[in-house]
Design a protein around this ligand. Structure first.
Ligand code: AMP
Length: 553
């Protein structure tokens, strides 16, 4: 077993097998079984490229051979930051097939985050594009390699220089039969082993790593696809980063491949690109998020296309307001499906045959009969149905610990292994969940999580700053955005632009930058001397409301 990974206790493993949740299938075998069943059927579409299951299987095997040949070995960790392209899918599947563990970074991450992932996971390789949206990923990873000596290989999607390795070149070069033909079949990761790592949307410092095993994730895909109504006719459109749990496997692109459907990768997020693809490829399901849905329902573009194939628009990452769900029904004549999920595991999805009230208002039902759900008060006692409390969970696809984080694990998990989600929910008597808020100190920017502590630390590094509090302010499109309340040292001044420039120089993902600065002369304090963030949140809500009212006069 990978060191630093917390496995499920043996008794639970037995139970999950007995109940058929864990099927002892690796992610590689899951793909092979689809290739066998659906061979010449189309699996993956990107622009003019149409890839069948057979071709997908062949490309994955080819890359797996080359990776092995180059020296990547089971349990090696690699940092994976490829853009949404078919190469992303081939590479991810090839790595997990030979037991190499990708750490799934997001395209938005920059030097500070990537360098930390490499160092924390002791990664031997990175996988990045060349230049994307004007950002030069290659220079960034070379800079990381100069500092992190564990990093041996730099894989590039695009032109590679010096000792960098081009993924295209690997895909173009035939396998040299150095190993027995059946070596991939003979070599098989242990299904209980870590397959890849996701990033937590957590609250402390830089994201923690979430180890997901073959057994737990194959089940995650299979079960979420079942509840999500996936079948051979599913045409799934991936618009958000594939490296994020939601688009990857909740049910996402991998469930489309598991059930013999088709996955279409959108080259862009704009309405023209997305809805022309819906018409062209007869897309049946899109995994969307709050900011996208907000834009789509107020745009004339979608209805210029024939979108009659569309059955479901899913929403994940943050709660979609009931009003927006109603717009989906009325304007797009399809069903809104709430996907309330966590990278740590638990997924709650609204079944498509749920009554309208649940489709419009709920956060779905936990997908597995093996999910042990509790809603607890501050003392850890369960509250009656209908009352709010923190959601804690244990189950066949919810992790028992973050990677190499014993101290944090003792806070994030109960002694008996329940994961504390930090989400405040209400459960009804039928088991449906309703998200009502959160306990954790983060900002949910339309699904992108901003850890307040992390950003406060970046701001505190500014010599002009005495103290800072980052709080959520309401936003019509994103739901929430970050507002920084800053207390300056005596005699100092700071503009919003200055703060943003300072943060940009720290090479962090742009979505973490505050979108408003409030300079204060003191922070509101509790009788115990603790800063009252709640009061700051109320202050900014009030201020924004006043500004809006004065604009409307
Ligand atoms: P991540 O692991 O980044 O996907 O973040 C998981 C967290 O996102 C959850 O604990 C929730 O706080 C939030 N979240 C995800 N999906 C939803 C949703 N549909 N409704 C409300 N909150 C959500």
């Amino acid at each position: 077993m990978l060191e630093g990974f917390t496995p499920w206790p043996e008794a639970f493993g037995r139970l999950y097998r007995e109940n058929g949740y864990w099927s002892d299938l690796t992610l590689g075998e899951m793909l092979e079984s689809s290739v066998e069943k659906y061979g010449s059927k189309e699996a993956l579409i990107y622009g003019d490229l149409r890839i069948t299951y057979n071709q997908l299987g062949e490309k994955v095997n080819r890359l797996a051979h080359h990776f092995w040949d180059l020296g990547l070995k089971p349990l090696d960790r690699v940092v994976f930051q490829l853009a949404n392209t078919p190469e992303n899918v081939y590479t991810f599947l090839a790595l997990v097939k030979i037991g190499v563990i990708p750490v799934m970074a997001l395209p938005a991450h920059r030097f500070t985050e990537i360098s930390y992932f490499v160092q924390h996971a002791d990664a031997v390789a990175t996988f990045t594009p060349t230049v994307q949206r004007k950002f030069d990923y290659v220079s960034m990873v070379e800079q990381v390699r100069a500092e992190q000596h564990c990093l041996k290989y730099i894989f590039i999607q695009g032109e590679a220089k010096n000792d960098q390795i081009s993924l295209e070149a690997l895909l173009d070069s035939p396998i040299e039969h150095k190993y027995p033909d059946d070596f991939l079949a003979r070599y098989r990761p242990d299904p209980d082993e870590v397959a890849f790592m996701l990033l937590s949307g957590g609250t402390t410092g830089i994201p923690k790593l979430i180890p997901r095993t073959h057994n737990d994730y194959v089940y995650n895909i299979r079960q979420s696809g079942k509840v999500g109504g996936y079948d051979e006719d599913t045409v799934f459109l991936a618009v958000l980063p594939i490296a994020h749990n939601y688009t990857l496997g909740c049910p996402g692109l991998l469930a489309a491949l598991y059930y013999g459907g088709k996955a279409v990768i959108s080259p862009g997020l704009d309405e023209e690109t997305v809805f022309s693809l819906v018409e062209k490829e007869k897309v049946t399901i899109i995994a969307a998020a709050v900011p996208l849905v907000s834009r789509w329902v107020s745009s004339p573009v979608p209805l210029r296309y024939d979108i009659s194939s569309l059955k479901v628009i899913q929403n994940g990452g943050a709660r979609l307001a009931p009003e927006l769900r109603k717009h989906i029904v009325e304007q797009f004549k399809c069903k809104p499906q709430e996907v309330f999920g966590t990278g740590e595991g638990l997924l709650s999805i609204c079944p498509l045959d749920a009554d309208e009230d649940m489709l419009i208002n709920s956060s779905g039902v936990p997908i597995s009969p093996g999910d042990e759900i509790k809603v607890v008060d501050d003392n850890g006692n369960e509250v009656p149905d209908g009352q709010t409390g923190e959601l804690i969970v244990r189950g066949p696809y919810t992790i028992r610990g973050y990677y190499k984080a014993p101290e944090h694990n003792s806070k994030s998990f109960t002694a008996d292994g329940f994961y504390r989600t930090g989400d405040i929910v209400r459960k009804n008597e039928r088991g449906y969940l309703f998200t009502e808020g959160r306990k954790k100190d983060l900002i949910n920017r339309g699904g992108e999580k901003i850890s307040c502590e992390e950003v406060e630390n970046y701001i505190l590094a500014n010599p002009k700053v005495e103290n800072v509090c980052l709080v959520a302010m309401p936003d019509e499109v994103f739901g929430e955005k970050a507002c920084a309340f800053v207390l300056l040292k005596a005699g100092e001044t700071m503009t919003f632009e200055e703060l943003k420039d300072f943060l940009r120089k720290q090479n962090i993902a742009a979505f973490k930058l505050p979108e408003r600065l409030e300079i204060v002369s003191a922070f509101p304090l509790s009788p115990a001397g603790k800063i009252l963030k709640r009061k700051l949140r109320e202050d900014i809500i009030e201020k924004l409301a006043k500004e809006k009212a004065s604009k409307n006069i």
